[in-house]
Design a protein around this ligand. Structure first.
Ligand code: ZN
Length: 501
């Protein structure tokens, strides 16, 4: 074991790409200025290492610095694009430019004993079939075989055996919502330092499980998704130095390595890695039917009617979550809320870049009358614009976009945003000066992440997931999507693949 100083390069490149969206994710989307509270992108050095202290990066940096003699080198990396998860294919130009710069700087700053790749796993790039594995391949070519490469992933990563051919270690979050990003960052740091010091010899196994599932079903707060988490934790508890990743996969990226994947990582024990990966894969396969039937999704009209009934019984607040809206501009739920005349309802948000830009240019402010058509039009899944007549409560620039809240109808509030916003915590709307506790119904755009702040903490009394009748992008009916790189017949529940022995 060496106690000599250790140099570790830190890189970040993450996106969860909805390839069915019409707006590509461009180079420009990855480049934006920072503010005191919000570092810009790309970032390098301490600015990069300081990103996201409560998640993967924070966990990695914190743990790595608990070891003596570890130097972290933040290589200039893009943060998430400003479109967040509301944009389609990453352009080839964006990928090649950003990765090209990372690799050039890595070369210029070499040598390194190790590299940490802070990834998501569901990035889809035009002309690059497996962008995370390709990044690992290029990093390996710079740092050589003697260096160790460790990565962290979101469980929505679409990965196959390719990634761990080039990298040594991967650590994915286990929970959805993803509570354990910080923990997985810590594990990556500790295992990477141990490997560099000769105390951990990575041996892994990867097994693809032919199950494809819409993300709205994958909440790990209930069985059988919870059982998969528990099985992985049990394996980790009984076998020291074993790490198990269960990638649920991200079905809205039309990529060849879509679907569920299991990875097992051991300390020099390839047989154990194979045994555990196979066991986890078989456990998932045995429960395939239950996995695909774990959450009830209502039609919007039905969900709004159920919300009304819940309000009359006093079971508030009610969350109406339109899980299917991938652009943020969808107006189906807003329209139905107006048609069924709900009151004390918060709608957060409708994405409308044009209307928010116009309001910003006009110097919109509290007290102004509002009469405009909002939302819709992004594509057919967003529906038609809806006319809203009311009064502006607040108009504010925050988190890199312009927000406007409008009071209308019977004590309803609509929030407009520039980009897609997924409300995960009710109190994240604090800077809109709203009395969150006063609403009976909160209509949001989220699939599972909202359960963090509305369900797993006991805030909402009633949770209703809804989607429009048509199988738009974001639907649970994946066979309604125009895949070109995926043959759904190779996956349960759309085909009957033979798996496994
Ligand atoms: Zn995720």
């Amino acid at each position: 074991m060496t106690s000599l100083p250790i140099r570790i390069a830190v890189l970040h490149f993450s996106h969860e790409t909805v390839t069915f969206l019409k707006n590509d994710t461009t180079l420009d989307d990855f480049i934006y200025p920072g503010s005191p509270a919000y570092p810009g992108s790309p970032a390098r050095g301490e600015a990069l290492l300081k990103f996201d202290p409560k998640s993967y990066m924070g966990g990695f940096v914190k743990m790595a610095r608990e070891f003596d003699g570890v130097e972290l080198v933040g290589i200039e990396s893009p943060w998430w694009p400003k479109t967040s998860i509301g944009s389609g294919w990453v352009t080839n130009e964006a990928y090649e430019t950003l990765v090209g710069r990372m690799i050039a700087e890595l070369k210029a700053s070499a040598p390194f004993h190790g590299v940490y790749l802070c990834l998501h796993g569901a990035m889809a790039v035009r002309g690059v079939a497996r962008p995370e594995a390709e990044l690992a391949r290029r990093v390996r070519a710079v740092v050589g075989r003697q260096a160790f490469i460790a990565a962290t992933f979101d469980l929505h990563g679409n990965e196959d055996e390719e990634f761990l051919k080039h990298a040594d270690m991967a650590f994915a979050v286990k929970y959805f919502p993803h509570y354990d990003g910080h923990l997985q960052g810590e594990r990556a740091a500790r295992t990477l330092v141990r490997a560099i010091r000769g105390d951990y010899s990575p041996a892994s196994a990867t097994v693809k499980v032919p199950i494809i599932s819409p993300t709205v079903l994958q909440w790990t707060g209930a069985s059988p998704w919870m059982d998969l988490v528990q099985r992985a934790l049990t394996w980790e508890a009984r076998e020291p130095d074993l790490y198990v990743n269960v990638f649920f996969g991200f079905p809205f990226a039309d990529v060849p390595d879509v679907g569920m994947t299991i990875q097992a990582l051991t300390n020099g024990n390839p047989e154990l890695a194979s045994e555990v990966a196979r066991d986890m894969a078989q456990a998932a396969w045995r429960q395939r039917e239950a996995l695909l039937n774990s959450t009830k999704v209502h039609l919007i009209s039905e969900g709004v009617a159920l919300a009304k009934q819940a309000v009359s019984r006093g079971e508030t607040p009610v969350v109406l979550a339109d899980h299917s809206d991938r652009s943020g501009s969808a107006t189906w739920l807003l329209k139905e809320i107006m048609a069924q005349d709900l009151s004390n309802t918060l709608i957060a948000t409708i994405t409308d870049a044009a209307v928010t830009a116009r309001l910003k240019a006009q110097g919109a402010k509290a007290g102004d009358a509002f009469d405009m058509e909002v939302g819709g039009l992004a594509d057919e899944s967003a529906g038609a614009p809806v006319r809203i007549q009311g009064t502006i409560l607040k108009a504010v620039e925050a988190y890199g976009q312009f927000w406007v809240s409008i009071r209308f109808g019977r004590d309803n509030v609509l929030i407009l945003s520039t980009y897609l916003v997924q409300i995960m915590e009710p109190f994240s709307l604090k800077n809109m000066d709203l009395d969150i506790g006063a609403f009976h119904v909160m209509a949001i755009k989220s699939r599972v992440h909202f359960r963090r702040g509305f369900h797993d903490n006991g805030f909402a009394r009633t949770i209703l997931l809804v989607e429009p009748p048509e199988p738009f992008l974001g639907t649970v009916r994946l066979d309604g999507l125009p895949y070109e790189n995926v043959d759904l017949k190779q996956f349960y529940p759309y085909g009957n693949p033979a798996f496994p022995k």
